[in-house]
Design a protein around this ligand. Structure first.
Ligand code: PEP
Ligand code: CO
Length: 451
């Protein structure tokens, strides 16, 4: 036990002495505790080897040698744990990363918002309909979508169901990848159905052709096959919001002499739960994973410096990514000051742009959406600002799907507010559809006109 004293005032449940924002209010505490104890005995979802490998990749991106692509649903749902849905998420991430690799000439580190993105922060604790106030839906890990008091009561059993769904998802992803699904020689495995006559389809297929040619060329001059060398990894990430879930899968690795949160490779602290004296900062300061911190317009220079000091006291490379999400309008006002604040600390960070969460708006009909132009505009500003300040924008964080949904307006097909009704499936935030996501990838890769 003495080994565990390194961080003697921290343990996986020490967060419980702090105030925790955005937690479910479980009516039956005993039932919750028995779930935490059961989950503490079940095997971890990921391994410390994988977590350390990702941290190394993020350290590379911090040095400007790689680029991180994070993407997936705003909220995964248990019902969507199907082979079609998992394959579609994998395909879009693989296709986007291929396009980005081709255009940026850098390794792309892929992190799915998947296999655990089941808990959501909400702006209000309750939702009222026809005079009835019920707890807000907080994600499938906590309660259920239908508006009945039975469905909305937080149910601790859902924590176990979430763990199982995450395990099923990871198991399928790992098998697909081990079986050769992600082999760069066979990008045709990842083809999604292009909708109609997409102008992007031709562009994408041209890129595939060029990559196949370069692979053939490299293999013929080097005399070896790149099967292994080109092995694609996909890491998982989710918002580390539900602290009982994270706590129960946190294990001490004697070999490393550190604690790891093994629900996922890459947890992040959401914007609403980054208080210095709050439970989330307390929990995440004790685990060795690479972590993200979402930063928005309310973040101050001092607060950010405090977060870096507490969450990465030894300035370890690969540990911290700062995922900024301001809005197309306010990024110019907010970002430079925070870049200066981080530079002043000398701490290594990876800057990632989330061009989604600052740009959410509600249509006249009350539907949540995002305009593609605002997403692109925030991204372009992010690249420009980092370049002008001598920092490296090393990643992008997107809400997207491989499906042909209509949740964000604009894009190559010019979707309008009235199109939103046609195929709006997200339970929480609007996602880029397949074509919109590919267009973002092409623009990041510098393969499309940015006007
Ligand atoms: C999210 O990523 O879905 C989210 C809620 O983000 P943020 O904490 O940045 O608002
Ligand atoms: Co979201």
């Amino acid at each position: 036990m003495t080994k565990k004293m390194a961080n003697s005032d921290w343990h996986p449940a020490s967060w419980q002495t702090k105030s925790a924002e955005q937690q479910a209010n479980y009516p039956d505490q005993e039932a919750l505790e028995s779930v935490v104890s059961e989950l503490s005995k079940l095997p971890p979802l990921v391994t410390s080897w994988e977590v350390d490998a990702l941290k190394e990749q993020i350290a590379r991106a911090q040095r400007g040698e790689a680029f991180v692509l994070q993407g997936g649903d705003c909220a995964e749902s248990f019902a969507d744990c199907t082979s079609e849905s998992i394959v579609a998420k994998l395909k879009i991430l693989l296709q986007m990363s291929l396009v980005m690799l081709f255009g940026m000439k850098k390794p792309i580190v892929r992190i799915g918002r998947m296999a655990g993105q089941y808990a959501k922060p909400r702006s209000a604790d309750t939702e009222t309909l026809d005079g009835l106030a019920l707890p807000s839906y907080r994600g499938d890990l906590v309660n259920r979508v239908p508006f009945t008091s039975e469905d909305r009561v937080p149910d601790p059993q859902l924590v176990l169901r979430g763990y199982e769904r995450a395990a099923l998802t990871l198991n399928f992803v790992r098998s697909l990848i081990d079986g050769g699904f992600a082999d760069l020689h066979h990008p045709e495995y990842w083809d999604l159905d292009w909708v109609g006559h997409s102008p992007l389809a031709a562009e994408y297929h041209n890129i595939l052709g060029s990559i196949a040619d370069s692979l053939d060329f490299l293999e013929s001059i080097s005399g070896r096959s790149f099967d292994q060398a080109q092995r694609v990894d996909i890491y998982s990430g989710h918002e580390g919001l539900h602290l009982h879930y994270e706590q129960a899968q946190t294990r001490f690795l004697e070999r490393r002499n550190r604690w790891y949160d093994l629900t996922t490779h890459y947890p992040w602290i959401g914007m609403r739960t980054a208080a210095m004296d709050g439970a989330h900062v307390e929990f995440f300061r004790g685990v060795a994973n690479p972590i993200g911190i979402k930063i928005g317009p309310g973040m101050t220079a001092e607060w950010l410096q405090d977060l870096l000091r507490v969450l990465n006291p030894n300035n370890e490379s690969g540990r911290i990514s700062l995922i900024h999400r301001f809005s197309a309008k306010s990024i110019d006002d907010c970002l430079p000051n925070l870049i200066r604040a981080v530079k002043a600390t000398g701490a290594p960070v990876l800057w990632i742009c989330d061009p989604m969460h600052g740009n959410t708006e509600t249509t006249a009909e009350g539907i949540k959406t995002r305009r593609f132009d605002n997403v692109i505009s925030e991204l372009q500003s992010a690249f420009r600002i980092h370049q002008s300040m001598g920092t490296y924008l090393g990643g992008v964080h997107l809400e997207l799907t491989g499906e042909n949904v209509t949740e964000c307006t604009g894009g190559a097909r010019g979707l309008t507010d009235t199109d939103l009704r046609r195929s709006y499936k997200s339970m929480v935030d609007p996602r880029l559809n397949y074509e919109q996501a590919m267009e973002v990838a092409m623009r990041i890769a510098g393969l499309r006109d940015n006007n």
